[in-house]
Design a protein around this ligand. Sequence first.
Ligand code: TXA
Ligand code: MG
Length: 344
Amino acid sequence: MANQMKTRLLHADREEDIQTAGRILKEGGLVAIPTETVYGLAANALDGTAVSHIFSAKGRPMDNPLIVHISHLSQWGGLVREIPERAMKLAKQFWPGPMTIILPKSPVIPGEVTAGQQTVAVRFPENAVARAVIDAAGVPLAAPSANLSGRPSPTEASHVMADLNGRIDAVLDGGPCRVGVESTVVTLASDPPRLLRPGGITLEQLQSVLGNVEMDSAVMHPLASGAKVLSPGMKYKHYSPKANVIILDGDLSSYRDYVNSHCGPGTVALCYTGEDAGLNVPAVCYGSREDSRELARNLFDALREVDRKNAKTVYARCPKPQGVGLAVYNRLIRAAGFEVLHLG
Ligand code: TXA
Ligand code: MG
């Protein structure tokens, strides 16, 4: 089935295309839709068979649960067992927006969505096109990032086409994503609340509403083999270009010295804007050192760009793990398979 179908390219500025996307989803099909974080591969979250097709289209391991997307706060109550007060406080502060909240699930959520877990992840996206498609479908939408499993998440419709053309019913082009990394995932099913994946809403912002929030060790560190995982997504190799990515930790002059003395054919520098001068290798600049939101927005396209340059080895500059920089760090260390070299 996957690989055979014709994938339609729809345009978010055409109202009839939004309705077409909604109709395909209502009928059990798969449509990639824009959100403010990354493109999502959507299916009717209440239809277990439709949801199972997401896993085959992406090549996603079946034990990795999906996020359910809503277009009105009032839809949340039907998807979870109850909404505790601290959950409502968080939602009022940061929804609609790039944050996902995990709570014990209601029986309407099929096991395919939660990979058999008793909790469900819900997100109310800010992106107007995403919300219009949910409204047009008339059901909540389960949607992981719309990439082939293991590849960098898509932040433009062309990225989705590069990975999933022929495997899904349609892609709805709504332009580039504003945030560029996936949503912050926080679970309120444990006490204290726990950050499972950093994103556009920072740990500091969560703490300002919830008080104590623990950071799961998988955010910064590789999982010990056999460790019990709260967020299964963190255990897989992720965000990887075909090239071998190595993070170099140090100042600009030691970065430049290292790259220039360790380069060969196929070496590419992944660096901050304005730092490519003086490097003897091709460079991809992904944003200003001072602006971690810009780095987040451009990171996944930059990881695809090094592949388009046929890179074999990529030496990357990586921000400090603070604020939105924590989200960039979390994605880049996974792309690098946790390979970090500390310079001088
Ligand atoms: O920004 C986003 O969150 C994007 C857009 C499309 O909304 N979606 C996204 O989905 O990034 P995905 O499937 O690529 O990432 C979902 C993450 C995974 O790490 C998964 O393990 C975790 O959320 N997750 C989902 N449900 C969970 C649950 N019940 N318990 C623990 N972790 C869960
Ligand atoms: Mg993903």
